[in-house]
Design a protein around this ligand. Structure first.
Ligand code: ADP
Ligand code: MG
Length: 695
């Protein structure tokens, strides 16, 4: 590695042993290059002077020119503070110091024109600045117009290593006599993707001459981050495509066409059409399909799955559909059976609770090829389950299954069956690509027409009675409701509203026979679950009281109310999934989040986000901010913690460009003969474990 970049941070001017330790421990700066990579989180415009009258409640860091007209010391020992009255020619505010009072007192000269810099506080109707930075007017005019601001930790602040110091240190690196940052991309690549040179990008991001320079530098680094994030996955994908021969489904589409022309219950959305086209292209390509189908809750993935199944059957193959829970498998079975019956196709259901006798017949009919589609839980992957000729494997709600299980189900085909993985986890495309490794990617990014936005509100527990009144009115209109609790069993330690208690109380609020209230939870016998589900989808049950077993996939269009008890106990994606159970029919739907009054800041943010947006993508972005990337991806190896500037949500277009660059590189120069700098850079890159297979 470049000698300059690899130098120990303690040798940098302004650092030394003590600060080096703080910088290492607090923000992970070990080498010069780490300092360069410690990007500012914002910039302050130092050319603009504000007047006090311009300050409002949103005002962030600003500078004001003015005079101190009076100084007083107030309070005793603990409350001791210095108050300077500062006048900008029109208005007056207070500057406050709690520490360093003696020193500041000496510094402040009454009547002298100075510049103060800081973030205004609003306190009981008046404005003050606490510990503002002070500068002479002459000094101020000498500094850079845009000043970088850096994150510092509390510990750094108490040790006086503040943003200002960090900035100074980084600038010392940039102005170092040996400053040298080699380019890693080829001139052609830089030219094509409009990347400014690496060494300039570091200068511009830390010492920007203008906003335009900041943008160019940020773009360069975002591109880099997204390039290295996606590189291993894309390489894997290219390799797989070359290696895996697949079954070619021909153009036969008898059942497919019959279904589309005569039985399709609605018009497909453009997004569904597009995805079907992508799937068809795969199925007819001669290569094995390995595709992730992502679509927000309710976007209509099931029908896409069913149409893909028909393609398999049309070509003489069987298909299987695996769901993560028994309830979901049953639900799929009930729904798809209706469709399959119209085509006189035999389909089967296999779950953990299928009886021995039923299994025997099921196994026979699978082997003989009589059953065309087998739906089930992970019971599907047991060794005894054998197909005559499995050609398509569909996995619903992938985040619950491991890669190994996917492989095992796939292994049941004599040939290499096609694989379609469906997920509603609303994650940005780039994140999806990292989480699902080598899968190709399709997205249904459009909801069926006529869906009304679900009205979401947040209420505290004491409003429960009012909420129940509202539910009664909706039931009278013919609607149905879910009430979800986070737990099944009473837990004394956790102050949860427990399901059984809740159920008993609900029976009082919603007396029979006017109201039919039923309970459903994971510990019930499967046949009971099935019966309860059926009663609810047939409209016999008005109110289904449940745990999160209904989280994924359940589809009862007439249900229009989702009440979530102890909503603060649920994660964002779970809340979104639960809400997705309603809003599936024509009626206006509601989601009511009930919580206790004591909410953590994090819980408040989650509930607010739910009320504010119904976009799964937006929610996942918020979720990522709350939980961190690695946590969502389930693993640090996802590499998502490498992203410092790029956002998977808002920088999708840059991710796309980086992706193109990777594909070009891997197809034109797979052994990196013409890209030695990049080769060595990637080899050096920490945590880059995947490299060996390239060269
Ligand atoms: P998900 O993607 O969450 O699995 P589903 O496949 O369960 O969603 O579909 C949700 C609901 O939308 C179902 O009732 C389904 O019949 C309906 N649906 C799917 N596609 C369309 C469409 N193009 N037009 C109208 N309704 C549709
Ligand atoms: Mg589904």
């Amino acid at each position: 590695m470049n000698e300059f970049l690899a130098s120990d941070i303690k040798f940098l001017k302004g650092v030394g042993a003590t600060r080096a330790e703080i910088l290492q421990k607090e923000i992970g700066l070990f080498k010069f290059q780490d300092a360069l990579h410690y990007f500012p989180f914002r910039y302050v415009d130092r050319t603009k002077f504000y007047s006090i009258s311009e300050i409002d409640s949103d005002t962030s860091y600003i500078q004001i020119k003015g005079k101190v007209i009076r100084i007083e010391e107030m309070g005793t020992t603990h409350t001791k503070r210095l108050v300077a009255h500062f006048f900008d020619g029109e208005n007056e505010i207070e500057l406050l110091w709690f520490k360093g009072i003696t020193w500041i007192k000496k510094l402040l000269k009454i009547g002298e024109e100075i510049v103060i810099f800081g973030k205004p506080n609003h306190y009981k109707g008046s404005i003050n600045f606490t510990h503002p930075e002070l500068d002479s007017v002459a000094n101020r005019l000498k500094t850079a117009p845009l000043e970088a601001v850096y994150h510092t930790t509390d510990m750094m602040k108490t040790r006086r290593v503040e943003s200002k110091i960090v900035r100074q240190i980084i600038q010392n690196a940039l102005n170092h006599e040996r400053y040298a940052v080699p380019e890693i991309f080829s001139p052609e690549l830089c030219e094509k993707y409009k990347l400014i040179p690496r060494s300039k990008a570091f200068k511009y991001i830390h010492q920007p001459p203008s906003h335009r320079h900041i943008e160019a530098a940020q773009y360069r680094f975002k591109f880099e981050e997204l390039f290295f994030l996606q590189f291993p996955f894309i390489r894997k994908k290219i390799n797989r495509r070359e290696a895996n021969q697949g079954i070619t489904f021909g153009k036969d589409a008898l059942l497919y066409n019959q279904f589309v022309n005569q039985h399709l219950p609605f018009e497909l959305t453009d997004a569904q059409e597009r995805v079907l086209q992508e799937i068809t292209t795969d199925l007819t390509s001669g290569k094995q399909m390995s595709r992730l189908l992502q679509g927000d809750v309710g976007s209509g993935k099931t029908i896409v799955a069913f149409l893909s199944v028909l393609r398999a059957i049309d070509n003489g193959y069987q298909a299987s559909l695996m769901a993560p829970t028994e309830i979901l498998a049953i639900q799929h079975f009930m729904g798809l059976k209706e469709l399959a019956d119209q085509l006189h196709l035999k389909i089967g259901l296999l779950t953990g609770s299928t009886t021995k006798k039923e299994r025997v017949t099921l196994h026979e009919k699978l082997l003989s090829g009589e059953i065309k589609l087998l739906i089930g839980t992970h019971a599907l992957i047991e060794d005894v389950v054998k197909f005559q000729n499995l050609g398509l494997v569909i996995i619903d709600e992938q985040h619950r299954f491991g890669v190994a299980q996917r492989a095992k189900l796939q292994g049941k085909g004599k040939e290499n069956p096609h694989v379609l993985v469906m997920t509603a986890t609303p994650i940005p495309r780039t994140l999806a690509m990292s989480m699902y490794g080598d899968l190709d990617y399709s997205v249904i990014d459009e909801m069926p027409a006529g869906r009304k936005e679900i009205k979401t509100v947040h209420r505290f527990g004491f409003a429960r009675e009012k909420v129940h009144e509202f539910v009664k009115q909706e039931i009278i209109k013919g609607r149905q409701a879910y009430i979800v609790y986070p737990l099944i069993e009473e837990s004394e330690k956790l102050n949860y509203k427990d399901l059984n208690n809740g159920y008993d109380e609900l029976l009082v609020s919603f007396p029979r026979p006017t109201y039919q209230v039923e309970m459903l939870h994971g510990k019930m016998k499967p046949s009971d679950k099935e019966a309860k589900m059926k009663d609810f989808s047939d409209g016999k049950t008005h109110l289904l009281v449940s745990t999160t077993v209904i989280e994924v996939g359940i589809n009862v269009p007439n249900a229009s109310i989702m009440i979530i008890e102890s909503a603060e106990k649920f994660g964002l994606s779970q809340l979104h999934q639960l809400r997705g159970r309603v809003g599936r029919g024509a009626a206006q739907s509601y989601c009511i989040l009930l919580s206790s009054k004591n909410l953590s800041a994090n819980a408040k943010t989650r509930l607010k986000a739910m009320v504010h947006t119904s976009s799964g993508f937006e929610l996942s972005e918020i979720d990522m901010q709350l939980r961190g990337f690695g946590d969502i991806a389930g693993t640090r190896q996802s590499g998502l913690d490498q992203l410092k500037l790029a956002s998977l949500h808002t920088d999708g277009h840059i991710a796309e460009l980086a992706r193109n660059a990777i594909i070009e590189l891997l197809t034109q120069d797979p052994s990196f003969e013409h890209h030695p700098a990049l080769y060595h850079f990637m080899k050096d890159k920490q945590g880059y474990t995947d490299w060996e297979n390239i060269a």
